[in-house]
Design a binder for this molecule. Sequence first.
Ligand code: ZN
Ligand code: FE
Ligand code: FE
Ligand code: ZN
Length: 273
Amino acid sequence: MFGPAGLADYHVHTRRCGHATGNMAEYVANARIKGLREIGFADHIPQYFLPETARDSSLAMREGELDAYVGEVLALGAGYKDVTVKLGIEADYAPGHEGALKAVLDRYPFDYVLGSVHYINGWGFDNPAHVDGYAGKEIDALYGVYFGLIQRMAATGLFDVVAHPDLLKKFGYRPKCDVMPLYESAVRSIAAAGMAVEINTAGLRQPAREIYPAPAFLAMCFECGVPVVLGSDAHRPDDVGRDFEAAAALLRRVGYRETAVFEKRRRSSAPLP
Ligand code: ZN
Ligand code: FE
Ligand code: FE
Ligand code: ZN
């Protein structure tokens, strides 16, 4: 089996988002213990898409904290020789707010931007506090809407990586319809946009009990030449690099022999160890 050593974890949160624990140095310490070559912080971007009074500091850092977040990651990164610390951000895709997002992204020297769909018509479908929202919904239709948003997100050109590509399965609500056509149009859009996808192991720790994305989605990505990065979505230091053995094994099974690496939003590749 393949350990996490030599891999990069590009999806790590910090206490600033209001629902993660631990110091940033502890996240890096865990990356070093596990032998990761890179750790990329990608905390939740301030909720630029909501009116100021509606922003929730338990879901994302406040607007005024972004400077400090960026400064802290950059300062931390200068202190290690054996692991590279990257500056990422997890940015929500919110239709109609592309200009506001671009303005925020352009202000900082991000190495990469994870694009996430966390909301369907204002409903935070991956938020445990709003899981009741699934009741009474047509799940098949929901998947159509979700993957439609993924396509529109790709078309904006604002993001480098599709985070947790099939996040809608998080709480175990699975479609009955054939999802392959949905996967196919999503993957085509992602490939056309030149984006990468994230292999996110957090799905294993949720009712979905499966890595995001599903193997069939990942196989299509491989066929279409879509690059991949790995992410643990760690919200506590212990979860850095979690289940990366399983993620690397899945990648190899599908055919991947390398992963994408980002620096100042430019992509290159590194061999899968
Ligand atoms: Zn979070
Ligand atoms: Fe997310
Ligand atoms: Fe996340
Ligand atoms: Zn996430």
